[in-house]
Write a protein that binds this ligand. Structure first.
Ligand SMILES: [Zn+2]
Length: 276
């Protein structure tokens, strides 16, 4: 994955990886260019000059028709306005698209579940998949049976469901279940990491992993009440220091789900949680 150099993944899809690698972003944010004659840019990524140049330079500018946003988080969309300015493309995403990093973005097209973007060679269908973020969309490209999953499903890094950034574990698992029911998915193009060629197995693994964490948390609390940092210290033994805080948010999301289901009692990050 060489950053900022477009590579062809299939007849209709090209990928440009942004040069923003990190613990949360893996090799960098994936920007996908769908179509040749008319192009939809999925997740323009961070506002880095070389990244914007690579996206705009990959097609004749008048062919870039849409910029589609999977969700609000700032590694996915800030390049959108510059691409719109240089190409005239329309920016489309799920509303509301709130402020992030003090930048506001006006959507030209508000997408809701089931809406389609129709290019000359393709149709992309928006699927509302809340959980990682309330306004999260996945995009389904029927012509190639490819699913663009933003941060809902990743390759090489773990999707974080962070209640402080609109994450919701109940919705996240429901959205995963919805994706599992699309039996025709041949490949997943994630927001970070390489293409996933065995989507059914990976989606099953995602659900199994969350269920395992839930069982572990319940087992721990059965032994004795514990705070979130204590739970993370016991369960996330091989997590690098830089990701401990994210692990705590993830556990918080699990606890809020279990609380909504009447299985645990507790509040916030500092006090103890217990079985109800
Ligand atoms: Zn995100």
């Amino acid at each position: 994955m060489t950053p900022e150099s477009p590579s062809a993944l299939s007849p209709l899809v090209r990928r440009v990886v942004a040069n923003n690698p990190g613990l949360m972003t893996g090799p960098g944010t994936n920007t996908y260019l769908v179509g040749i004659d008319e192009v939809a840019v999925i997740d323009p990524g961070p506002d880095l000059a070389r990244h914007v140049d690579a996206i705009v330079g990959a097609s004749m500018i008048e062919r870039v028709r849409w910029v589609l946003l999977t969700h609000t988080h700032p590694d996915h969309w800030p390049a959108a306005a510059k691409i719109r300015k240089r190409t005239g493309a329309k920016i489309a995403g799920f509303a509301p698209f709130p402020k992030a990093d003090e930048v506001t973005l006006e959507l030209d097209v508000v997408l809701t579940d089931g809406d389609t973007i129709d290019g000359t060679e393709f149709r992309l269908e928006a699927l509302h998949t809340p959980g990682h973020a309330p306004n999260h969309l996945c995009f389904w490209l029927d012509e190639e049976r490819s699913l663009f999953t933003g941060d809902h499903v990743l390759n090489g890094t773990t999707t974080v469901v962070n209640p402080q950034r609109g994450g919701d574990m109940i919705q996240y698992l429901a959205s995963l279940d919805r994706l599992r029911k699309i039996k025709r998915v041949a490949r997943i193009c994630p927001g970070h990491g390489d293409v996933i060629e065995d989507p059914a197995a990976v989606l099953d693994e995602y659900v199994a992993h969350r269920k395992m964490r839930e069982r572990q948390i319940l087992k721990l609390l059965k032994a004795k009440p514990a705070t979130i940092p204590k739970i993370v210290g016991a369960l996330y033994t091989d997590t690098p220091d830089g990701l401990v805080e994210m692990a705590q948010r993830q556990v918080h999301a699990h606890l809020l789900k279990l609380k909504a289901e009447g299985k645990v009692l507790g509040n916030g990050a500092k006090t103890s949680w217990s079985l109800s």
